[in-house]
Design a protein around this ligand. Structure first.
Ligand code: FAD
Length: 461
């Protein structure tokens, strides 16, 4: 067996993983295809390139990404330390000088005697995952724009169904923020009052539908018309050139569908057929459906609402839907190029590939979404790759982070069965609820963060 661990991809996740491995005294070979080859979004020859916004989001612990960063600081994340050192003024957010950030990560990793950086593309010429994994442990951290040659090799590992090429994700809201005086439970046709069905019997029957898969939001004609008018005029995100073709072929944004005609949505994702509004006893004019998104049932996605609307516009327009007027959005809809594997089928909660324990995945390719989330998965995969390296001939040890921490909740989310798996960023909706019910969001988030940091601090003693 190799006396080193291989990391493929020197982006945010791969650089963090390499550091964590070297810190534990194990040698690393870090393969990065730049500067020989660049993805359509990468331009800088350094490691840990920030491809777009220079913001690592909020530093407040009442923000989910703020909590994740705080956890990573406790866990000695190299990249978060360097982000702090190279930060630029951005109010409560952590924004970095992108050039200094990448340069510093590159310098630190280059100087580390345990780390050898090799500029080569895996999947090309004589470098293949299967060979590397047959001789030792490999972490694949090649990001949302993994090269074509390596993508082919990943498909060989995961099967055709195991890999996705773009996100077409609908927004996700916290269940507790849905107005259940307006919303009602039930699957299409199951919930509808039958022609002969006694009204009292029906009311009793639908009371028992609380475990149904869907929460439904009924609209009358005025509400529907105002919603569609705002939707078609809302501001959208400008896509990168390399993204445009693939997305529109694969899946249609809700705002584009709405532009086809006033009734298009009513005959599509907002179809009211098969429902009776318990408040009126009649079929609504349109129905928006919400589907459970995590196993705890604390977050719900808006079915069919994949969108390119700007985030602020999503909040404004989607909050017009009756029942969502106070919705807490834990994730906004996105549509962009993104290579990611079907992690719930393929990975465990340490980002380890179930079919070949010598392989780990890390970063955006696992279905975590965002800079900080990618760093967090690199840290978890790096630590667990070391445990596997140490115990290779014995029973393997795992370092699973508590699901009440954000770092643990993300690992759990991507590895838990989910028929409609879509990438996920840090958000409070994926943490298990507190024992007490707290209505005030700020206080609730403070308590959730306090609980997480407490657990992490104690586990490190
Ligand atoms: C266009 C775009 C914009 C984004 N904007 C944001 C944003 O503003 N905020 C945010 O939080 N997230 C953003 N993301 C999402 C995501 O957080 C980042 O892409 C993040 O960099 C992911 O980290 P990573 O380590 O998984 O991948 P990357 O940082 O992309 O690193 C992957 C590395 O692997 C290398 N590589 C690829 N294939 C091979 C191969 N075969 N052999 C060797 N090396 C290889 C690449 O050159 C790259 O250096 C964006 C993504 C994209 C594509």
């Amino acid at each position: 067996m190799n006396d080193f661990i291989t990391v493929i991809g020197g982006g945010l996740a791969g650089s963090e993983a390499a550091y964590q491995i070297a810190k534990r005294g194990i040698k690393v070979k870090l393969y990065e295809m730049k500067p020989k080859k660049f993805s359509p979004a990468h331009t800088n020859k350094n490691l840990a390139e920030i491809v777009c916004s220079n913001s690592f989001k909020s530093n407040l612990i009442t923000n989910a990404c703020g909590l994740l960063k705080e956890e990573l600081r406790l866990l000695d994340s190299l990249l978060i330390h360097i982000a702090d050192e190279t930060s630029v003024p951005a109010g409560q957010a952590l924004a970095v000088d992108r050039e200094k950030f990448s340069q510093k990560v590159t310098d630190v990793l280059k100087k580390n005697k345990k780390i050898e950086i090799i500029n080569a593309e895996i999947g090309d010429e004589n470098l293949h995952i299967r060979d590397l994994a047959s001789r030792g442990i490999v972490i694949i951290a090649t990001g949302p724009l993994t090269s074509d040659a390596l993508t082919k090799e990943i498909i060989e590992l995961t099967g055709d169904e195991g890999l996705h090429f773009f996100d077409a994700a609908a927004p996700i809201v916290e269940k507790d923020s849905i107005d259940m005086n307006i919303a009602f439970w039930g699957d299409r046709y199951d919930q509808e009052r039958g022609k002969e069905e006694d009204i009292e019997e029906w009311k009793k029957r639908i009371e028992g539908l609380k475990d149904a898969d869907y929460i439904n939001l009924p609209m009358n004609k005025d509400e529907y018309d105002s919603f569609v008018n705002e939707l078609v005029n809302a501001e959208v995100v400008e896509l990168h050139k390399f993204e445009k073709k693939e997305i529109f072929e694969g899946c249609m944004p809700i705002e584009i569908m709405a532009k086809r005609g006033m009734d298009t949505l009513r005959f599509g994702p907002l179809k009211p057929v098969g429902f009776t509004d318990p408040r009126t006893g009649h079929r609504p004019y349109a129905v928006v459906q919400l589907r459970q998104d995590n196993s705890e049932g604390s977050i719900y996605n808006i079915v069919g609402f994949q969108t390119n609307l700007k985030f602020g516009e999503q909040k404004r327009v989607f909050s017009m839907i009756p029942g969502l007027q106070n919705a807490g959005f834990v994730k906004y809809g996105v549509m962009h190029r993104n290579t990611f594997i079907n992690s719930p089928e393929l990975l465990d909660d340490t980002y380890n590939f179930k079919d070949n324990k010598n392989i780990f995945f890390a970063g955006q390719i696992t279905g975590v979404e965002g800079y900080v989330e990618s760093i967090s998965s690199g840290l978890v995969a790096g630590i667990n790759a070391c445990l596997r390296y140490d115990k290779i001939s014995e029973q393997t040890n795992k370092a699973v982070f508590d699901e009440k921490t954000m770092i643990g909740a993300l690992a759990k989310y991507i590895s838990t069965e989910n028929k409609h798996f879509q990438p996920m960023n840090a958000n409070f909706g994926i943490l298990p609820a507190l024992d007490e019910k707290i209505k005030d969001k700020k206080i609730r988030y403070e308590k959730l963060s306090g609980r997480s940091l407490n657990i992490l601090t104690h586990s490190m003693k």
